[in-house]
Design a protein around this ligand. Structure first.
Ligand SMILES: Cc1ncc(COP(=O)(O)O)c(C=O)c1O
Length: 385
């Protein structure tokens, strides 16, 4: 029996054994409340400060600018709501986001629209990239906040974030970048991006679930959305998740250590999978820009097929992927991302996202491809009859 192949690393990654071990040690030795002044509390605090430094270094930030949260969703909410609550709505109440943001951003903006924010969606082209010219026209002196993701969670397409950062700077708008998918896969530097806020989640980089952070550039006007014990300099109350944070720090350590070689390895596997799919399967296309995309993302579209059917057929063969066509597992609608790219429904419905990871081998890629060739051929034959 062949081994299973996990190709859903954009949804979440398996935890690294070294991360698990660091967390186990932390549960045993640094279990105390990190706010406590006794020795065990001090030890927990020290472990957290080490992780804070590691995360900060990975994005060229100062450790003082890292605020631990429960993950990407909370970081996005804190960034957007936190800026809105403290803002002077008389002068700036416009919030711009890209049309392809994660729901953690989209729904937060919609929530604020009900509270008086003027929310604008920035369009993307058929390559899945935010149109810089449109962004330039829409972001103005009345714009409070702009939120654009670093790379998209469905297509893996990397966004023109530096250009948008420059526009924000010129207009005096606060710039938030959701880097949940990019962090640990491609280089990120908050200075180059010219961003004020940046969201990260640990479970996308072989760390534990339920932990992440928000980078907040010093001096950014932001208020807390959770109130309580005043942890994280009052911006994020709640007893710190020491074990999660230690695991997060360890995961960052590991992924940054072999960053370049892993990036190159994944890029070559990704390109192999894309090339073979395009040449060996009929009526299949790569979704979004072929070059400016995450090294581990292959989103294919099979004309006339259902992405969900492909996922289930692959599952029967021990290959775990994801359908890019549905907004959520319950929804049959074409995703807002593919809609925004203007992809015709007959293609968008057949979207299949394969996201590679540290354990993906060349033979995994080949076996997946060969399975897909057979599955697509069989379904199309059945559909004809
Ligand atoms: C781009 C993006 N933002 C935010 C999130 C939410 O992160 P979390 O699962 O840590 O809440 C995800 C998760 O898939 C994501 O892909």
């Amino acid at each position: 029996m062949a081994e299973n192949i996990y190709l859903d690393n954009a949804a979440t990654t398996p935890i690294l054994p070294e991360v698990l071990e660091a967390m186990r040690v932390c549960y045993e030795e640094s279990f105390a409340n990190p706010s406590a002044i006794h020795t065990v509390g001090v030890k927990a605090r020290y472990e957290i400060s080490k992780a804070r430094e590691t995360v900060a270094q990975a994005i060229n930030a100062d450790p003082e600018e890292i605020f631990f949260t429960s993950g990407g969703t909370e970081s996005d909410n804190l960034a957007i709501q936190g800026v809105w609550f403290l803002s002077d709505k008389a002068s700036r109440k416009k919030i711009c986001h890209s049309a392809i943001e994660h729901h953690a951003v989209l729904d937060t903006c919609q929530f604020l629209a009900k509270q008086g924010a003027e929310v604008h969606s920035l369009p993307v082209g058929s390559d899945g990239k935010v149109l810089v010219k449109e962004a330039f026209e829409r972001i103005d002196y009345r714009t409070l906040l702009v939120s654009v993701m670093h790379s998209n969670n469905e297509t893996g397409v990397i966004q023109p974030v530096e250009e948008i950062g420059a526009i924000c700077k010129k207009q005096g708008a606060i710039f938030h970048v959701d880097a949940v998918q990019s962090f640990g896969k491609i280089p990120l530097d908050v200075e180059k991006l010219q961003c004020d806020l940046l969201s990260i989640s640990a479970h996308k980089i072989y760390g534990p679930k339920g932990v992440g952070c928000l980078y907040v550039r010093e001096g950014t006007p932001i208020s807390p959305i959770l109130h309580g014990g005043g942890q994280e300099k009052g911006l994020r109350s709640g007893t710190l998740n020491t074990q999660g944070i230690v695991g997060f720090g360890k995961a960052v350590d590991i992924v940054m250590n072999d960053f370049t070689s892993e990036n190159e390895r994944l890029t070559s596997l990704r390109d192999r999978l894309v090339q073979r799919a395009l040449s060996e399967i009929e009526d299949v296309e790569l979704c979004g820009d072929a070059k400016d995309r995450l090294p581990n993302n292959v989103q294919l579209m099979f004309k006339g097929l259902e992405g969900e059917t492909l996922v289930l057929e692959l599952d029967r063969l021990g290959v775990f992927a994801s359908s890019g066509s549905a907004c959520s597992s319950e929804s049959k609608e074409v995703s807002h991302v593919l809609q925004a790219m203007g992809i015709p429904k007959e293609w968008a419905r057949g979207a299949l996202r394969l996201t590679l990871g540290r354990w993906t081998s060349c033979s995994d890629v080949d076996r997946t491809l060969e399975s897909l060739v057979r599955i697509a051929r069989n379904i199309r034959k059945l559909n004809k009859n």
